[in-house]
Design a protein around this ligand. Structure first.
Ligand SMILES: [Ca+2]
Length: 467
């Protein structure tokens, strides 16, 4: 059998709980659901560092961020290192990336390993966006999600039909400041979107982390996010709810445009007669807080931010409508693409091919825990740097209160703090049981596992003064 095409569609900050195939309470995504219904939904796909550039670098390299050099938003990708696009290109795939890049520009930071690239500079614009096409700036008329899809469809239809392709279609949406297009601007106008169960979290017993976060709906959304001033006289709970509605509706309008455009891409595969020969993946670079814990944004190792949506369709190997519970990581994506191309993931890639999971079996010895590290201490959103461990039942997090890179955002840095959540009884992570004597044995065991995994992925514990 000839090698499959790989269509990798990734959006920016699209949380799984805003997709109907993941049971969203707040919206419908019929075209994304087509992928899940025709293929597999991964329920435990996690990001190893929940922020844009680092996740993208991990996806391209199959490496944790301390090994690929993109630990924070300020780091550029050094394109001289090995990437999945280079390996596929060398092996005869025609390769392209269209849309958001966000890994730096110029020198060694432009996309490498792509026959064709047409990417947004930095965050890019929603309307009338400028792109950099193979090194040349060009402005397009229209809405960014439509344009990225138009360019992707054009590239697919004009491809060399004798060779398989690898296309990374990377949407900017639904990233802040959540600017919808005209077509979806009035969606949800006459309804109230339900607030999440943890909307009024008071952060009790998670003080060090929560106090530091500058991402509260009630306090930290700005005029550019809300677009209009609140109605006169609105205060307290009512004002917070009003801000949430402003935020979440624009976010979901951006998602609705992605959903429509994913439908157009799927229709293109049908029209080209290649739907059976193409692996289609939809994911996002990380999750997002949709009012959960009273927040917008990401960064924290908490579920809404840690979890990546990951749905994949490939009729030749994947049972339609199937669900996979085994743990997948963004380090696994590159080895998975290589596996389908008939290539072995080279050292030092750290992920493992997800192909057996997609075929419906879980190999013996498959991981039952994962390691996470968020490196950007404080900064714009005031989140403490932390690392942690997630198993199927528990999550252990260590905020190491790094003094490096501290900003004025927090005048009185807190001491290091540990958190433990029993996900079996506390899926919303509202009750830190780290100090509970009943969990002493669990704490000991998980701490050992955290340190074992930290060594396994070649990271080192935090040492004061050393990044
Ligand atoms: Ca992102």
């Amino acid at each position: 059998m000839s090698r499959p095409n790989i269509l990798f569609i990734m959006s920016d900050d699209h949380a799984a709980h805003a997709m109907s195939c993941y049971g969203s309470r707040i919206n419908q995504t019929p075209n994304l659901d087509r992928i899940a219904e025709g293929g597999m939904r991964f329920d435990n796909c996690f990001c190893t560092n929940s922020i844009c550039a680092p996740s993208r670098a991990t996806i391209l390299t199959g490496l944790y961020n301390h090994l690929n050099g993109v630990q924070t938003l300020g780091d550029k990708l050094d394109g001289r290192q090995q990437t999945v696009s280079k390996l596929l290109q060398q092996d005869g795939y025609q390769t392209a990336i269209i849309g958001k890049w966000h890994l730096g520009h110029g020198g060694d930071s432009d996309p490498t390993g792509f026959d064709y690239w047409n990417v947004l500079p930095g965050q890019g614009d929603y309307h009338q966006p400028t792109f950099i096409e193979m090194g040349t700036e060009k402005q397009y008329e229209g809405y960014v999600t439509d344009i990225i899809t138009d360019r992707s469809i054009a590239w697919i239809t004009e491809r060399d039909k004798d060779r398989p392709f690898f296309l990374m279609c990377h949407h900017k949406a639904p990233h802040r400041p959540w600017l919808p297009d005209e077509k979806h601007a009035h969606l949800y106008e006459d309804i109230d979107i339900p607030e999440p169960p943890t909307f009024d979290d008071d952060y009790s017993n998670r003080a060090a982390a929560a106090e530091a976060a500058i991402m509260r709906i009630e306090r930290d959304l700005k005029k550019r996010d809300l677009k209009i001033d609140p109605p006169e006289g609105l205060t307290g709970k009512e004002l917070k709810s009003w801000k949430y509605q402003r935020y979440i509706k624009d976010y979901l309008r951006c998602v609705a445009s992605i959903d429509d455009n994913v439908g157009r891409l799927l229709d293109t595969l049908d029209a080209e007669g290649i739907a059976d020969d193409t692996i289609v993946i939809y994911t996002s670079d990380q999750g997002f807080f949709l009012g959960d814990h009273g927040w917008f944004d990401k960064r924290f190792m908490y579920e809404e931010s840690l979890r990546m949506p990951f749905i994949v369709r490939y009729p030749r190997e994947i049972q339609p409508g199937s669900v996979q519970d085994a743990m997948a990581l963004n380090t696994d994506f590159a080895p998975t693409f290589l596996d389908y191309a008939g290539l072995q993931a080279p050292e030092p890639m750290q992920g493992v091919s997800l192909r057996p999971l997609m075929q419906g079996s879980v190999p013996e010895g498959w991981r039952t825990s994962m390691y996470y590290r968020y490196w950007m201490h404080l900064g714009e959103h005031g989140v403490y740097a932390h690392y942690g461990l997630r198993t199927h039942d528990y999550k252990l997090i260590y905020y190491y209160a790094d003094a490096l890179g501290a900003t004025d955002a927090v005048d009185d840095p807190k001491p290091p703090e540990w958190e433990l959540f029993d996900l079996r009884s506390d899926s919303h992570e509202m009750n830190n049981v780290y100090a509970d004597p009943a969990y002493a044995g669990t704490v000991k065991q998980l701490t050992e596992e955290l340190h074992r995994l930290q060594v396994e992925v070649k990271d080192t514990p935090y040492t004061a003064g050393v990044r």
